[in-house]
Structure formats: C-alpha cells, structure tokens
Design a protein around this ligand. Structure first.
Ligand SMILES: Cc1cc2nc3c(=O)[nH]c(=O)nc-3n(C[C@H](O)[C@H](O)[C@H](O)COP(=O)(O)OP(=O)(O)OC[C@H]3O[C@@H](n4cnc5c(N)ncnc54)[C@H](O)[C@@H]3O)c2cc1C
Length: 437
C-alpha cells in the first residue's frame, strides 16, 4: 500500500471506489500481475460492507469477511490505495483515460503516522461520529474506526479546536496543519467504476416525520446498532437509551415511489430487513418485531427459506402500506397503516417505540463527475449489453457492483470478478493486437 504517488505513476487500471466491488476487482487484477490504483473518497476502504453487522443469507459477521479483503488489498504489491481522494472526472482520448483526482487534506503525514492514537486520546474536541451515523461521538483527530484501513489518524478541520495538543503529543511529528487539497491526474488504460450506492434522504417523505423523532432511523443506522462493536454495544433507542420493546420496519420507504424520483425496487431491502429482524429478535428476545411490506422479494438462492425461517422465529409480517408516522408521548411512534390483508379493518393504527425506514438505494456516483460513461434514467451506470453487465458504453471503462444498480453482496462480488476479467481481456487485446487478430 503506497499512498504517495504523483502524475508519473501509471497503473494498468484505476478502480473508482474501495467498497467490496472495488476491492474484489482490484485483487483479481493484481493477482494477474496488473498494477491497480484504488481511489476511495472516504477515510477508509471497505465501503458500506465494513459498516454492516452480519450479512444475509449466511448471517456471517460482515467485518470478518470484509477486513481480510481490505487487508489483502492494502498489502498487495500490485495495489496502490488512495483514500480521502475523490475521482472528479475521467477524460478519455486515443484509448487512454485521464482520471482527475482531488486529495483532501488529512492534516496528518501518513508516511510518519504510526496509528498509535496518542493524538486521539489527547484531543478535547468531539463531534457526532460519521461512521456510527451520528450515534456516539469521535474526536476531531482520530483513526476513523477500529478496523479502518489505513490505520492513520485524520484531523477534521471543521471540528478542530486548533489547540495544538495533537501536534505536541505526536511521537513522530506527523501533524501538518498547513496541508492543502491536492489535484492530481493519473493516466491509465482501463477504469472500473465501483462507486456503489447511497441511501436516499430519510426526510424525503414528510409524512414519516423523521425530522421530529430520533427513534425513526434508517437501515444503515440499525446496522450500526446491531454491530457488536457499534456505538452502544447493544440495541438502544437513540432518543433516550431505552431498550426497545416493539420495533417496526417500514419497507419501500424510499423506493418504488415515482413522487420521490425512485420508481425502481432497491432489491436488497426485503432481505436485509428480514436479516435485521432476526438479529434484533436474538438481541431483544422479548421485543415484538413487525415488518410492514407491500410484497416480499426474496429472489436469491436460499432467500425464500431465510424468509420462512424469520416467520418461524415469530417475526410479524404485515402486508400493507404505512401512510403516516406520528410521534406520540415518551418518544413512541404511531403508525397509520393501510392494510391489504385485513379487508374488514383496512385502516389501522399501531404503536411502536423504534421505527426503521427502508430508504431507497441511489447512485453513489456523484452526478457532477465528468465522464464519457452514460448513466441510465435512474442515475446508475448504463450497461447496454444484456449479456455483458460490466461493459459500459465507453471503451476501456467497466462497471461493477451497486454502481450499476442496487444489488447484494453475492451479485456484487460476481460482477467484480467479471469486470476484472473484462479489463484483463481488454488490456491483452489492446497490447497484443496482432496475437488476437
Ligand atoms: C442497510 C443495508 C444492509 C445490507 N445488508 C446486506 C446483507 O446482509 N447481505 C448482502 O448481500 N447485501 C447487503 N446489503 C447490500 C450491500 O451493502 C451492497 O451489495 C454492497 O455494499 C455493494 O458494494 P459496492 O462496493 O458496489 O458499493 P459501496 O459499498 O457503496 O462502495 C462504493 C465505494 O465507492 C466510493 N466512491 C463513490 N464515488 C466515488 C468517487 N467519485 N471517488 C472515490 N470513491 C468513490 C464510496 O465512498 C464507497 O466506499 C445491504 C445494504 C444496506 C443498505
């Protein structure tokens, strides 16, 4: 892992995004002897997967699967990783791609930082921890999270009290308050776009009143509450630390809805809600858990059985649409539901003390990125060939994972391997045109 490069550096391929798709593609390419640069805009590689608790359908610990991949990429002699760096543009001409990067200042010299955390322990300024989705706090200078890669401290300028303590306690003189953003352009033969997804805004639907009650959370926040190394170490509701006794999952809260610009199905929400309900029932055996859904889409191998197992465990599945959520006394919430299974009593009201909204998945790719790659009307990277789902309309630029549309980890990994194969085939043809005719 070499984080100091200049524009002379010339990798065979650049991978945009260090999530599970980017890591898998990079490892597959690097194992073939190709030089790969992974560019990740967050302080650590790992993408969304490193923040998940356990994963369906196996209920394996997510970080136990992700951390070895992160570590393998970081230690691979053919892989270079730039974190805190965003791909701002890809310009293609004459079979070459110029990838324009913006490196954000970390105010820490990564060559000198040994990850000892002395600066973090000495720092007095705290702010809501972005890795924990705002639950709990993190110091203004800190290693981003326990299994982050790289294990280097980063200073958040917005929350720094500029007291100078970190520089005084740092044993290696790594603090550099005068760092500036740095632009860099890298030339490469091939690019894999593995820029993943984001959840859409929890406030998109005012009728759900997420702005009025902290106990209405999104699904990634619940992942952190369920993670053994999460913000509280157990599931407590955010407003008052109460142990929840009645939890509601509201499906399709940000998908399959033209009015918010997400008419498509986000594909993973049914399955992760079932997974989360099962994990919740394990950690809160006395809690009532209800999943309000329009229809359950358990389409993958072993997924239907997973759904049936959840029913057998006592998870309630209520078919209908949650029309409105109203905060009531003591932080509880009243759900107004139109049931589609109870014809005699279709308009119902149910009280819960924690509500999880299944927000929709939208492209992680910033729409302002200037590239020759075409995006479909939903904003995800377009893949014009049905039989080659990793090929984009731009020669030499490929796509993998959720960057091309919502998908789960199994499909993401399969696509990442396919994208790596497409890149190596493309480079082979490009570099030995005579051999392949
Ligand atoms: C709540 C929840 C629970 C889930 N649980 C499961 C589960 O149990 N099992 C399962 O199979 N799937 C699950 N999923 C789906 C799973 O998270 C995705 O399949 C997987 O994360 C997709 O990986 P990815 O690498 O394509 O995208 P991401 O994980 O989003 O990674 C993309 C990376 O690209 C970076 N990036 C984006 N744009 C740029 C840029 N311009 N420059 C540099 N970097 C950039 C991002 O910062 C990010 O790190 C869940 C999803 C959610 C929302």
């Amino acid at each position: 892992m070499n984080m100091q490069i200049d524009s002379e550096y010339r990798p065979d391929a650049v991978v945009v995004g260090g999530g599970i798709a980017g890591l898998q593609s990079a490892l597959d390419l690097a194992d073939q002897g190709l030089k790969v640069l992974i560019v990740e805009r967050q302080p650590s590689i790992g993408g969304h997967m490193i923040a998940l608790s356990k994963v369906y359908p196996t209920l394996d610990c997510a970080s136990c699967i992700t951390t070895p991949k992160m570590s393998a990429a970081a230690h691979h002699e053919n892989i270079t990783i730039l974190t805190n760096t965003e791909v701002k543009a890809i310009k293609s001409a004459d079979g070459m791609h110029r990838v324009e990067l913006l490196q954000k200042p970390t105010y820490v010299n990564f060559d000198k930082c040994i990850g000892c955390r002395q600066c973090e322990y000495a720092c007095d300024s705290e702010y809501p921890d972005p890795f924990e989705r705002g639950l709990g706090t993190v110091r203004a200078i800190a290693v981003p999270f326990t299994n982050a890669i790289p294990q280097k401290a980063i200073l958040d300028a917005e929350h720094c009290g500029t007291c100078g303590t970190c520089a005084r306690v740092c044993p290696t003189d790594a603090i550099e308050y005068d760092q500036q953003p740095r632009s860099l352009t890298i030339r490469t033969d091939a690019v894999i776009v593995a820029s993943g997804f984001l959840l859409n805004d929890i406030h998109l639907k005012p009728q759900y009143n997420a702005h009025r009650n902290k106990n209405i959370i999104d699904s990634l926040t619940l992942e952190r509450l369920l993670a053994p190394h999460g913000p509280y170490g157990r599931v407590l509701r955010p407003s008052d630390g109460k142990i929840p006794t009645s939890v509601a999952f509201v499906q399709c809260a940000g998908s399959r809805d033209e009015s918010i610009g997400v008419p498509y199905c986000s594909r993973v929400c049914c399955m992760y809600a079932i997974k989360q309900a099962m994990l919740l029932s394990g950690s809160l055996p006395l809690a009532d858990i209800t999943i309000y859904y329009m229809d359950i889409r358990a389409f993958g191998k072993g997924y239907e059985q997973f759904y049936q197992n959840a029913k057998a465990m006592g998870i309630n599945f209520a078919r209908g649409k949650v029309a409105r959520i109203e905060p009531v006394s003591s932080g509880d919430l009243s759900l107004h539901v139109e049931s589609t299974e109870d014809a005699l009593n279709p308009l119902q009201e149910h009280r819960h003390d924690l509500v999880v909204l299944a927000q929709g998945m939208i492209p992680g790719w910033n729409p302002t990125v200037d590239t020759p790659v075409t995006c479909a009307s939903d904003g995800f990277v377009e893949t014009p060939m049905l039989t080659a789902p990793t090929i984009t309309n731009a020669p030499g630029i490929f796509v993998a994972g959720a960057a091309a549309g919502p998908k789960d980890i199994v499909d993401t990994i399969a696509e990442a391997g396919a994208a790596a194969m497409q890149v190596s085939q493309y480079l082979f043809q490009k570099r030995s045109p005579v051999l392949v005719g």
